[in-house]
Ligand binder design. Sequence first.
Ligand code: A3P
Length: 296
Amino acid sequence: QKASSSITRFPLIPVRGVPLMNHIANNWDNIWAFRPDPSDLLIATYPKAGTTWTQEIVDLLLHNGDAEACKRAPTPVRSPFLEIFSPPPIPSGLDLLEKMDPPRVIKTHLPFQLVPPGFWENKCKAIYVARNAKDNLVSYYYFDLMNQTQPEPGPFDGYIHKFMQGELSWGSWYDHVKGYWLEREKRNILYLFYEDMKENPRREVERIMRYLDLSVSDEVISQIVELTSFKNMKENPMANYSCVPSPVFDQSISPFMRKGEVGDWKNHFTPEQSKLFDEDYEKQMKDVDIPFRTLI
Ligand code: A3P
């Protein structure tokens, strides 16, 4: 795999004020012009909020729990990443989408205001998954350590400040979760929480099923819950990102399926860091009431 020579940690370039990896920014006009089919489904998240998990649940629901069918290809091939343009051998999201017939399940990390307007014009369904800020930050920190295309995370303390200031790839977590929250009713977006999925996966799988106007048996729901447990997905080569060559995702630094828990932030934030973060959080989130939970 000849990716190694071309790996670089891409610099961030703002697109309408949102820092995006330069290859995304440079390809912006094509991304913005993307026209989905009305039958396409969008899965939107801030990075590390539970995207892959939700993609797997949706694929299984669409295949009536057929585990083998959902092992036909790795996650990013089954469910392309709209804006990504990775080093070879991974094709870009737009290239993959062009070759696929609708209905497609499309992943994005774009904040609401940067989602191509065709999705809303065509009244596409969209699932948003949000994760509490502290766990989301910790997960992103480890991901930035291992993903050799993302900017260097630097020391954890400085990373907390970058997160609070919205300087990470795909921008501010605060704006991201708020943007979709404020549009969820108007756009018929299913807004889910990672913590709810951990607490009661069956309930959340059933919610997704109803949103997609699907009907699968109780037995199949149980099967889907089992197949999408952290342990099973970690062992599933079609869901654990072992498809990405190690010079790009160095899983010896931190596995893609790292911990999959609520409250791991407690192992990383000092009491002082936590206090400072909470004070800033109050300010940044004072205009909305999104029921985030940092522990379950
Ligand atoms: P951690 O780093 O906290 O372990 P994304 O898919 O948006 O990149 O999110 C990745 C995060 O979701 C990682 O969090 C990963 O372990 C977690 N995750 C993936 N599949 C999961 C599952 N089936 N159950 C719980 N967490 C899962």
